[in-house]
Design a protein around this ligand. Structure first.
Ligand code: DX5
Ligand code: ZN
Length: 220
């Protein structure tokens, strides 16, 4: 069995000590850096943008997983590739020509991800799943860290896992929002491969231990 992955969300980091928090992730058992980019239009919040990602990339030694919560993401695909993004995830709800967007991401040498809001049915991916490297299922409404996990996510993960198997796809399932030790193992049992964790990691007193415990729990 391939190992299940942890992606700490930098949105919950201490921006006054960003390099320290990036090094913490480098030295931890975490697998990816999850970077949330918000535009204040697609979601009702603005996070950080290109200069901050550039600074993170200069220190990060692990896969950089960028989650774009922005309208018209096609405008910035090349820029995010240049800034060091390894995986670029766009929202299904923000793309009129999703197939074209996915091809454009891959053409820049990145893995292509598609995120689904809590209200968006898995079925919308039926005709495109074989082209998608990662599906990010939002387990909260996008825009803010620290929200409560939506329980219907378990059903969605099971449905998506079934679709991936039916289509013979190799797509990874990533879960984002409200992930803690309370739901992590069930998410993996339902078929998840990657868990994003923001507040649960960064608000804990021993971040390295929190990551290590979560990693062992989902790989036992
Ligand atoms: C929310 C972001 C998440 C967020 C998760 O819009 O996409 O990545 O940082 O934070 P927690 O783990 O605190 O819910
Ligand atoms: Zn995210």
């Amino acid at each position: 069995m391939t190992s299940k992955l942890i992606a700490p969300s930098i949105l919950a980091a201490d921006f006054g000590n960003l390099q320290r928090d990036v090094e913490m992730v480098n030295n931890s058992e975490a697998d990816w850096f999850h970077i949330d980019i918000m535009d204040g239009v697609f979601v009702p919040n603005i996070s950080y943008g290109m200069p901050v990602l550039k600074a993170i990339s200069q220190h990060a030694t692990k896969t950089i997983d960028v989650h774009l919560m922005i309208v018209d993401p096609d405008r910035y695909i090349k820029t995010f590739a240049e800034l060091g993004s390894d995986i670029l995830t766009v929202h299904y709800e923000a793309c009129t020509h999703l197939h074209r967007t996915i091809q454009a991401i891959k053409a820049e040498g990145m893995k292509a991800g598609v995120a689904l809001n809590p209200h968006t049915n898995i079925k919308v991916l039926e005709d495109i799943i074989n082209d998608v490297d990662v599906v990010l299922i939002m387990s909260v409404n996008p825009g803010f860290g620290g929200q409560s996990f939506i329980e219907n996510t378990y059903n969605k993960v099971k449905q998506l896992k079934k679709l991936i198997e039916q289509k013979g796809a190799t797509t990874l399932i990533e879960i984002d929002g409200g992930v803690t030790d309370k739901n992590a193992e069930t998410l993996i049992e339902c078929g998840a491969d990657v868990l994003v964790a923001g507040s649960y990691v960064f608000k804990s007193t021993d971040q390295l231990k929190t990551i290590s415990n979560l990693k062992s729990a989902i790989n036992s």
